[in-house]
Ligand binder design. Structure first.
Ligand SMILES: Cc1ncc(COP(=O)(O)O)c(C=O)c1O
Length: 488
């Protein structure tokens, strides 16, 4: 598509209404006219990154053009990286960080336009974008044995539905596990088995978010949570997270001002920054939540993946007033394929969640729950986690060693899978990504975790998927690409 505007720039408008007169008067009523009109307004800043654009129907009515013409314009804008689409929700402005990457002709580089899921689908030899543990470090070879054992123990298993809440035996095991390891006392009735933490997040959004509701969320934040909440129409209120943890004054002000539906947080080896919130801040947070009657949604996916010291107890353990809903996933370090996670919530929050789960899928597959139960209660689990911690720490050390010549800023995480690295201002992250993808190296640009442009200079490098050798080679190449960019 040409970038030449067909419509002269108009006076800046601060709202999302469409001034159709300019293109009604165009004699050439083609999709190109609409394309240029929307592109011009985005470039002029009338519609900011992630702003929702007028619907196809609305634009068709305003302009008198056929809906297909408008649709075609949006399709081309999407292909050219100016807008992105969300299922059943419409079109949104693509943030600039990704637009730069779409300028293939200028950079002579492969395209990347899209979200985290799309980035993960790009094959790369040096895989630093997926926050996943390589299957080589997971206990896959034991699972055949456990599957057989499950069928020996429960021969009619596949002839039965799972209950929506989850297998009682598994919930009782988790109840004991939480008491022993996290020091919180729950009843098996307060545990809901979910298909991954991702489903837990979706259920919570389904139950509590209505369009226009405020939700507090860390900045940067786990990208898929941002997507889910936005899709539900939430207004996201950013809460800073950095090496010092949270700014509690900021949280207090936000709770007071916005009366949010909840604060979604990932306080233990936070994705993407790796930050682990201190016990002191956890206590203060649950006090604030009780004071302002704000739910805390604590997402805990990496609790057992620490390198030296155990992290502090989950917020849920400090919360005596019952304002915390706890999400715990076992996907990452037991088996991503089993999709095993749970929500722990006090009875007043539990009932609507159970109803939502029932409507969503009627229950997580029983076979997965039983296989997980057998493995999780075996002595092999502990051995596996101990070896895993060592393997991950070695990978992290190699990554840091290879980055040491750069002077780039990062804090060494005490657990988790990611290194959150700040690049110098003169290095363009989108360009670095484009150059890296061309050489089969992938990482995630910070902008995907942030709706406020505060993470533009950051990249997330995951050290749990690539092998030690691949980390060494891949990071060496990434650094040399960056140095080449700096020298030109
Ligand atoms: C913070 C956070 N929450 C939730 C998830 C999703 O976990 P699951 O694989 O259990 O759905 C992830 C996965 O990366 C994550 O990092």
């Amino acid at each position: 598509m040409t970038n030449k505007p067909l419509i002269e720039p108009q006076k800046k408008q601060s709202h999302l209404t469409v001034d159709s007169s300019s293109y009604k008067s165009q004699s050439k009523h083609s999709f190109q006219t609409v394309y240029t009109y929307i592109q011009t307004r985005i470039q002029r800043g009338d519609w900011q990154a992630h702003a929702k654009l007028p619907s196809v129907r609305q634009l068709a009515e305003d302009t008198g053009m056929h809906r297909l013409t408008i649709f075609k314009a949006y399709q081309h804008l999407k292909e050219d990286g100016h807008v992105y689409a969300r299922d059943k929700s419409g079109y949104y402005v693509q943030p600039p960080a990704l637009q730069v990457l779409t300028n293939e002709a200028e950079l002579g580089l492969p395209l990347f336009q899209g979200n985290l899921g799309e980035l993960h689908r790009i094959e790369a030899t040096y895989q630093f974008s997926k926050a996943l543990i390589t299957p080589n470090l997971l206990p896959n070879h034991y699972f055949a044995e456990y599957v057989k054992q499950v069928f020996d123990l429960y021969p009619k298993l596949l002839g039965t539905y799972a209950t929506a809440q989850g297998d009682l035996e598994l919930r009782e095991m988790l109840q004991r596990y939480f008491t022993d390891t996290a020091q919180f006392h729950v009843h098996a009735d307060e545990i809901l088995i979910t298909t991954g933490a991702q489903q837990a997040i979706s259920l919570i959004a389904e139950v509590w978010i209505r369009p226009g509701d405020h939700v507090l969320i860390e900045t940067p934040a786990y990208a898929s949570a941002l997507d889910v909440f936005e899709q539900k129409g939430a207004k996201l209120v950013p809460i800073t997270i950095d090496a010092n943890g949270y700014d509690l004054v900021q949280i207090k002000e936000a709770m007071k001002k916005y009366k949010p539906r909840f604060f979604y947080l990932n306080p233990t080896f936070h994705n993407p920054t790796g930050v682990c919130i201190s016990a002191e801040q956890r206590k203060q947070l649950v006090d604030l939540a009780a004071q302002y009657e704000c739910l805390l949604i604590e997402d805990d996916t990496c609790h057992d993946i620490y390198f030296d010291q155990k992290p502090p107890l989950p917020l849920f353990a400090y919360d005596t007033e019952g304002y915390t809903i706890y999400i715990r996933s076992f996907s990452k370090y037991v088996s991503p394929g089993l999709r095993m996670a749970c929500i722990v919530a006090r009875p007043e929050w539990f009932t609507p969640l159970l109803a939502a789960k029932s409507l969503a899928d009627g229950g997580t597959p029983l076979l997965n729950q039983k296989v997980f139960l057998l493995y999780f209660t075996s002595s092999r689990l502990q051995q596996h986690i101990e070896k895993l911690r060592i393997a991950l720490r070695i990978r992290l050390e190699i990554m840091e060693e290879e980055l040491s010549s750069t002077g780039w800023y990062y804090e060494t995480p005490q657990g988790g899978f990611n290194l959150w690295v700040r690049l110098p201002d003169h290095l363009s992250v989108p360009e670095l990504l484009a150059r890296c993808l061309k050489q089969s190296i992938s990482f995630v640009p910070g902008s995907l975790f942030d709706r406020n442009d505060t993470s533009q200079q950051y990249i997330r490098l995951c050290f749990s998927f690539a092998s030690e050798h691949e980390i060494r080679q891949g990071i060496q190449q990434l650094v040399s690409i960056a140095k080449e960019m700096e020298s030109t």
